[in-house]
Design a protein around this ligand. Structure first.
Ligand SMILES: CC(C)(COP(=O)(O)OP(=O)(O)OC[C@H]1O[C@@H](n2cnc3c(N)ncnc32)[C@H](O)[C@@H]1OP(=O)(O)O)[C@@H](O)C(=O)NCCC(=O)NCCS
Length: 145
């Protein structure tokens, strides 16, 4: 598996994975906006196929995971772990040691995934999402070494 920067030619694959992964996928315009504004945007490639992606920001002194998803057929193969580890390393290389994200209360798989990766639940937010679902803010503190 290769982890590399997103290219515009990956857009269809990212959209496909996004639509199979989220009930509220980002519109393509927002994805392109994030890319054009310099968000971190990595994809995982197996053979010729893009099988996962992660998007992240560095803002106000902390890293922020905006989205991560793996093609359903390739889940539970550590691809999400490797994508997230690569993003955390890039964030750390910018001298940033705190990383945050939000996750839906109902997204038990993602919550377990983030806990396994070392994130801690730091805040519970009622009706955080526009459809009224509660959200959980999680944080990862990167160690210095
Ligand atoms: C969350 C997601 C990115 C994880 O990617 P993945 O490549 O399948 O995860 P990994 O194989 O790296 O799993 C790492 C750990 O996460 C946890 N985990 C992953 N999938 C899990 C599942 N279905 N049930 C329980 N725990 C799970 C496990 O602890 C696992 O470690 P283990 O295999 O040693 O038990 C993937 O499930 C996904 O794309 N989900 C849909 C999109 C999404 O919800 N994104 C997050 C939005 S906030």
């Amino acid at each position: 598996m290769d982890i590399r920067n997103f290219q515009i030619s990956d857009l269809d694959d990212v959209l496909r994975i996004q639509f199979q992964s989220f009930t509220d996928p980002y519109p393509v315009g927002i994805l392109l906006d994030l890319y054009n504004k310099g968000a971190g945007f990595l994809v995982a490639q197996v053979g010729r196929f893009v099988v996962g992606y992660i998007i992240f920001w560095i803002r106000d002194g902390s890293g922020h995971i905006i989205a991560i998803a793996v093609d359903k057929r390739f889940r539970s193969m550590k691809i999400g772990s490797v994508l997230l580890e690569n993003a955390l390393n890039l964030i750390k290389s910018n001298g940033i040691f705190t990383v945050k994200l939000e996750v839906r209360k109902s997204n038990i798989t993602a919550r377990k995934f983030y806990l396994k990766m070392g994130f801690k639940q730091i805040k519970y937010c009622e009706k955080y999402y526009s459809d009224g679902e509660d959200g959980i803010i999680m944080q990862y503190d990167i160690t210095g070494n």
